[in-house]
Design a protein around this ligand. Structure first.
Ligand SMILES: Cc1cc2nc3c(=O)[nH]c(=O)nc-3n(C[C@H](O)[C@H](O)[C@H](O)COP(=O)(O)OP(=O)(O)OC[C@H]3O[C@@H](n4cnc5c(N)ncnc54)[C@H](O)[C@@H]3O)c2cc1C
Length: 456
């Protein structure tokens, strides 16, 4: 990152103002898209990031699990499922070439009640449809679970043996280094404030720290991969006005030893409310071996409200009354939604309440073993008049392309999903003006054709 900042400073000193492509967002998605574009095309690319470092927000504030796609309904989440399947093999090669942590701990997704056991059969079916091997998974009865994890109590579980713990920040930085070698310029401390489409391209007004001075740059194509800021950027360009987003903070607690090591797999429970982004907290093993419980999903009023209730009173008011507010009004009169919001809040305020949720499947876990909070992350969930949107939403104008609602397992699926985005850009005629590179190094690492084909 220090390297990155040096490059940026010297670049800004030379007053670079024109690029072929500007990618807004230095998270795992923006970096992966920039990597592919710089591998395939001879053009000037900049990543615009408002923070001082890459991977500052969600891409380094997550559970760190490389999810196998057994739990993704191929009908509703097929694109993400196929991206996750392909990316698992891509990340595996990437981690080994770059010496990055790779801990294949496996996940037990537990059925708390007999009624949930049918979901495990469904997972088996989905795992095969989504491309997983027959031997990668197993349905266990309660005794099978006991012999694997004596502390876990449940009616049965789906065992996905390949789920792997990684550090997505490391992955993002390593991939950004490859993009940089291909000539991609990184512009940190550059907050996109205004975007205007002109006849010849896009003019982006940036607010730059530390002086907060305004400056503008131009590009032929803008790609919006700004995570929690992506809806605002789309709205700046008068796109996606029927969408708005809600922010849910996922909080974690670190489990102390000696209890922590008694459990050797990730333990998730079958989701109760599939239409809402509320998952019961899991027991997870980080890539560095630390055990945590989490995340919950506490409604907050900003994409970076990592502590407290909201980032500021003005942000709260802006969020509630921001147009379109009808989708929010609809949700806020839904009693089930409100009761879930309330329960999540309880587990934010009370460590005992949070622990109680995990105790449903690990009864011996005591809240006295939870003495330090982990790093919380915020999920931005897109809603429209019909409620929550299950997959990522792609929008475009003449000279811009926008990816919104890129949520879990977004970090898992990034290498393949970003290749798919590049293929979408090609199909929609955005890349016609740029020269293709004759050879690309990516072939030695990842195969673009295979990665980008998500069967749509
Ligand atoms: C609690 C939690 C747990 C998760 N666990 C997992 C998991 O275990 N496995 C998994 O695969 N996925 C997981 N995810 C999902 C995954 O982390 C995300 O899908 C992924 O990180 C999204 O990457 P991104 O690049 O789109 O967003 P980000 O990483 O948020 O990047 C967007 C970037 O855009 C920048 N930006 C925003 N607005 C502007 C602006 N106006 N100007 C300039 N820059 C701007 C931001 O600063 C940010 O750096 C989890 C998510 C959460 C919230």
């Amino acid at each position: 990152v220090q390297d990155t900042q040096t490059v940026v400073k010297s670049h800004l000193n030379q007053e670079a103002k024109q690029f072929d492509i500007c990618v807004v967002g230095g998270g795992i998605l923006g970096v992966s898209i920039s990597f592919w574009l710089s591998e395939l095309f001879d053009c000037r690319i900049a990543i615009i990031e408002k923070e001082q470092d890459l991977s500052f927000h969600t891409s380094s504030r997550n559970t760190g699990v490389l999810h196998r796609p057994f739990y993704l309904d191929p009908e509703k989440k097929g694109i993400m499922a196929r991206a996750a399947e392909k990316s698992y093999h891509m990340w595996s090669k990437f981690a080994s070439l770059n010496n990055l942590p790779w801990a294949p701990v496996g996940t037990l997704e537990v059925a708390l009640k007999d009624e949930d056991l049918t979901t495990l059969d469904k997972y088996k079916e989905w795992s095969i449809t989504n491309g997983m091997g027959e031997n990668e998974t197993e349905i266990l009865d309660f005794q099978g679970v006991k012999s694997l994890e004596p502390e876990v109590k449940c009616a049965g579980a789906f065992f996905s043996k390949g789920d792997t713990s990684v550090d997505y920040r490391d992955f993002t930085i390593a991939l950004a280094n490859l993009a940089r070698k291909n000539g991609v310029v990184l512009l940190p401390h550059s907050n996109v404030k205004v975007v205007e489409e002109t006849k010849s391209g896009v003019v982006i007004t940036l607010e730059r720290k530390p002086a907060e001075a305004k400056s503008s740059i131009e590009c032929k194509l803008l790609i919006n991969a700004a995570g929690g800021g992506s809806v605002d950027i789309a709205h700046m360009m008068r796109l996606g006005k029927n969408y708005t987003d809600l922010y849910f903070r996922g909080e974690y607690w670190i489990v102390d030893e000696p209890f922590a090591s008694k459990i050797t797999h990730n333990i998730y429970s079958v989701a109760k409310y599939k239409e809402f982004p509320f998952l019961d907290p899991h027991y997870i093993i980080r890539a560095n071996g630390i055990r945590e419980i989490g995340p919950n999903a506490v409604l907050v009023f900003g994409p970076h409200a990592y502590n407290g209730i909201s980032t500021s009173a003005s942000q709260l008011i802006k969020q509630l009354f921001e147009q379109p507010n009808l989708p929010k009004v609809r949700l806020f009169v839904d009693r089930q939604f409100l009761s879930l919001v309330w329960n999540e809040w309880r587990s934010s305020i009370s460590k005992k309440a949070m622990c109680g949720r995990v105790k449903q499947f690990i009864p011996s876990l005591d809240h006295s073993t939870l003495n330090k909070r982990g790093i919380s992350g915020i999920r931005s969930s897109l809603i429209d008049d019909h409620g929550f949107i299950p997959e990522a939403v792609l929008l475009s104008s003449d000279k811009s392309f926008h990816i919104m609602n890129y949520n879990s397992p977004g970090a898992t699926g990034a290498p393949s999903y970003s290749a798919y985005i590049v293929s979408q850009l090609g199909e929609r005629g955005f890349l016609g003006g740029f020269n293709k590179k004759i050879t690309n190094r990516a072939k030695a690492l990842w195969d673009y054709e295979g990665a980008s084909d998500l069967g749509t």
